[in-house]
Design a protein around this ligand. Structure first.
Ligand code: ADP
Ligand code: MG
Length: 701
């Protein structure tokens, strides 16, 4: 291998040595030449232009300005002591500030002289200033900073800076490294793919990501490296999908029989939406190919995923199989069990529920009935995947709320049958397309993107604490119409004590305004034991209480169609997808439903965007996109264990096009040459095997 040199420990690089190497390892995880080469600048200083003072804006990165120092003075005492220079161009005045090396700078900077300054402008009290700018004397006609126009900026650490590896220092060793190794860098993607996607070669891209000649070159470099990142993730995902379809046979649900038909024709109380019909059709096709199905069904809260799941379970039964449905919490499992039972009606299908709290004796008979095949549908929690739970002939597993079940757990389910059961994953948290392709890129995806007809969209308003009286009177009106109301408080580990105080104060205020016996209130929070929690919940479900004050424990699970108002306190503290989930608790009945977002007056830009988004739209898919843009993929639930976070350059919110291109490329590649045997694909296969030990390509063929 010619790129052997890239494995050299970084300490052997000229200008590094053992001491710095150790800090590079510790602080930045840089062990080898290759690691350093892939330690990219996080931004670039644009030295191609000069800014004017009246163009400054706090969003700007470090920029350069030409102007004249008109005065300077040392002000403040002890640790507030600083040198402040007033700096002026023909459009305005700003300040340059030094907190360190004050005496030295005071001697260096001359009032009356013109300078070029570099730095990040910040806005404070209506004035712009730059702290510790880089500064140099301005000489007319000499504004071109040599041949570097875009200067790379690397993030560094205090420790590294002590050993002169600040951004400049890192830039220096990068230059040394590139000089030495750039000719050895190997291409990883076949030439014909590069050409087809108009991408530059790897060596050139790596050179230009560190030392771009201009914006064009930088763009091409980033494009290429992003494509590479996404290409290999897709290759891994689609390879494993291909592998699975080759290895695992799937049961064939060829027969649409008694159970499916009876339910559809006689028991289904409503017309299916077109989206539901389409998804059922997609699943039916999947289950007839003799290949194990792995499908993700996304659909907003209330889009009717349960019915879809149920109909596929009936299809499984029609073909002589058992089915199970797994939910993330006990409450949700119970609720699924009850709603499925009521949809099915009596004396039709044998169905049971199994959770952690199922009693030993009941459990034993349940196991028996599962093993002899009498039980047709089992609903439950994680308890389902325990090894003691054995089925006679499990054909279908439905998992509600996927992201709480890891890949490991899914695999465990497969082992429950000789032919692995089909897997249907349901999620009410719509995931942006790009994220879905990356997180669940090995699954097929269906979307129920339509709500049942006649649903009134929930009306959402944003109110401030000062409008509380208005909120109370609205609550009174709704209660007098016979409706029920949720009030939800945040309860976050980091601020738990304070949050509980808020909750208590809130409960007190509500009990004052809505006194017994005229009003009844349920109180549910995580500090209650599960028995009390359940009984408080039940009082609300039965309609004995009009108001339920709760922390986010109600986020999943509760279904009370008569509840038509969701009030979220301190709404600014919730994430978008959580707000959307909470709002989904109402709007389940025939009445107009409302969501009231209560917040303080001081809102960050992001918080305001979240609340505005909630007010503007009910569309979970749109909300998911905005959530991704605001938080980045790293904070979206379910991304932690995936490769998404290893992305260095690609951004799933911004690089949709590149991702789609990469995925298409891989799909076509595997279609034409599934074993990667021909010509230049062979190199790709070798590279893949080297890069991802443990899931070598060779296992396939
Ligand atoms: P999800 O799990 O997607 O949030 P559910 O499956 O719980 O939604 O359905 C929400 C409610 O809508 C349930 O009461 C269900 O019976 C009802 N429902 C489902 N599909 C339809 C439909 N096509 N028309 C009318 N009501 C429906
Ligand atoms: Mg559901």
């Amino acid at each position: 291998m010619t790129d052997q040199i890239l494995k050299t420990p970084v300490e052997y690089l000229k200008g590094v040595g053992s001491q710095r190497a150790e800090i590079l390892r510790k602080d930045l995880g840089i062990f080898t030449y290759a690691d350093l080469l892939c330690y990219y600048p996080f931004r670039y200083i644009d030295r191609t232009r000069f800014y004017k003072i009246n163009e400054l804006d706090p969003e700007l990165p470090a920029i350069q300005i030409i102007g004249r120092v008109i005065s300077k003075e040392i002000i403040g005492e002890k640790h507030t002591k600083r040198l402040v220079a007033r700096f002026k161009d023909d459009t305005g005045i700003m300040e340059l500030v030094w907190f360190q090396s004050i005496r030295w700078m005071e001697r260096m900077v001359e009032a009356g002289s013109a300078y070029i300054v570099f730095g990040k402008p910040v806005l404070f009290n209506g004035h712009f200033s730059i702290s510790h700018p880089e500064i140099e004397l301005y000489k007319p006609g000499n504004t071109n900073k040599g041949n570097i126009s875009l200067q790379p900026v690397y993030s560094s650490t205090e420790k590294l800076k002590q050993f002169s590896l600040d951004t400049k220092g890192i830039q220096r060793i990068q230059a040394t490294l590139i000089d030495q190794v750039i000719r050895e860098v190997e291409e990883t993607i076949p030439q014909y793919i590069l050409e087809k996607n108009k991408l530059i070669g790897r060596a050139r891209a790596l050179y230009n990501i560190h030392f771009p000649d201009n914006n064009e070159a930088l763009k091409a470099a980033r494009q290429r490296l992003k494509f590479e990142e996404l290409f290999f993730i897709q290759l891994k995902l689609l390879r494993s999908k291909m592998y699975r379809t080759q290895k695992f046979k799937g049961s064939v649900f060829g027969n649409v029989g008694h159970y499916f038909n009876t339910f559809y024709n006689e028991r289904l109380p409503f017309e299916l939406t077109n989206a539901q019909k389409r998804v059922i059709k997609e699943i039916r096709q999947d289950t007839q190919r003799g290949i194990q199905m792995n499908r993700l069904v996304q659909g907003d809260v209330g889009s009717g995923k349960t019915v879809v799941a149920l109909m596929i379970m009936l299809l499984a039964i029609d073909n002589g199989f058992q089915a199970c449905l797994m939910a993330p919490t006990e409450i949700l499992a119970q609720q699924h069990y009850l709603s499925i039972k009521s949809l099915l009606g009596d004396d039709f299908v044998n169905i049971e529920v199994l959770t952690g709290s199922t009693k030993k004796k009941a459990r034993r008979t349940l196991h028996e009935r599962l093993e002899n095949g009498e039980l047709q549908i089992l609903v439950g929690t994680h308890a389902l995947i325990e090894d003691v739970v054995q089925f006679k002939n499990l054909g279908l597993v439905v998992i509600d709320e996927q992201h709480r079940f890891g890949v490991e757990q899914r695999a465990k389910l497969w082992r429950k049958n000789i032919i692995p059961p089909h897997v249907l994953v349901m999620t009410a948290t719509p995931i942006p397309r790009t994220l879905a392709m990356t997180l669940y890129g090995d699954l097929d995806i269906s979307a129920i993107n339509e709500l049942p007809a006649g649903r009134k969209p929930i009306r959402t308003v944003h109110m401030y604490h000062s409008q509380r009286q208005q909120m109370f009177s609205f609550m009174r009106d709704e209660i007098s119409k016979g409706r029920q109301i949720y009030i939800v408080y945040p309860l976050i580990k980091e601020s738990e004590k304070l949050d509980l105080l808020y909750l208590e104060a809130g409960i007190e205020a509500i009990s004052d305004v809505f006194p017994m016996p005229q009003y009844q209130i349920s109180i549910v929070h995580g500090k209650l034991n599960s028995k009390d929690k359940a009984s408080e919940m039940q009082r609300f479900v039965r309609g004995e209480t009009q108001i339920m004050v709760a922390t986010t424990v109600i986020e999943v699970g509760v279904n009370v169609p008569n509840a038509s108002v969701m009030i979220i306190e301190n709404a600014e503290r919730f994430g978008l997808s959580q707000l959307h989930q909470l709002r989904g608790r109402v709007g389940r009945g025939a009445e107009q439903s409302f969501c009231i977002l209560m917040s303080g007056n001081k809102l960050s830009t992001d918080a305001r965007k979240r609340l505005d988004t909630m007010v503007r739209t009910n569309d979970g898919f749109e909300i998911a996109e905005i959530d991704l843009q605001l938080r980045g993929p790293g904070n979206i639930e379910g991304t932690q264990q995936s490769g998404v976070l290893d992305l260095k350059l690609a951004d799933l919110a911004l690089d949709q096009n590149i991702l789609i291109e990469a995925r298409q490329t891989v799909i076509q590649l595997l279609d034409e040459d599934p074993e990667l045997k021909s010509g230049s694909n062979l190199l790709l296969r070798q590279y893949f095997n080297k890069k991802t030990p443990g899931i070598s390509w060779d296992k396939i063929s």
